[in-house]
Design a protein around this ligand. Sequence first.
Ligand code: MN
Length: 271
Amino acid sequence: MAYFLHRAPSLLLYATRASMAPGSPALGAPASAGPVDPALIEDLVAANRILADQGVVDGYGHVSVRHPKNPERYFLSRSLAPELVTAADIMEYDLDSNPVDRRGRTMYLERFIHGEIYKARPEINAIVHSHSPAVVPFGVSNVPLRPLYHMSGFLSEGVPLFEIRDAGGMTDLLVRNPELGRALAQSLADKPVALMRGHGNVVVGSTIPLAVYRAVYTEVNARLQVQAIMLGGSITYLEPEEGRLAAANIAATIGRPWELWKRKALAREKP
Ligand code: MN
């Protein structure tokens, strides 16, 4: 039995190779789910630049979107600083984070963050991973990140911490394989944001604008929370019910900042 389990995939790959035409995708590569509306790719490109404009990503960090026609595929740039990403840099992956058509391009080492969260969260269609600086201290401190104003009400669901040592022992802190990606997805559970100890954070949403909005305001809330703590005295955070009400209201209006951010990001010449 073990023999067949081991051999079957390579026989399948052999058959695939025999039927491949020149110029076909690489041996064993997953099939494409087909073309998508260019507006979605434009939004993904805009998201990369907006996150750079807003100080969430720098030379590192990435944002992805699930394929609207096939939940088993997602789009993510080749390995590139987010501010430099164009539509031509976007690659399609399966949820094991294998590229559909690599064409020699370098891939983000941490793409497993995206594939494994898409597997675990069917309602999630966009993911941001960043080292957004104001958030990092909350991943190494026992002071919890908590919402202190209405713009970050989504944080009132609680912000879990991914401790990579629990999953991988001593590592370079990067989510560089599917196992670590699965462990991160487990830590995130059903929440919109998870902190990654000694590294950064991951933010998810049902759409690109919502995930970007949450990533931006997770960073802003972290900055404001440190300022509130530095004032001394006691801090009144949002009540969970206030957070839920605020998040529901904001979700209906994020088209407003999104259109502004997108117009600015796409109008500007690339650096
Ligand atoms: Mn990272």
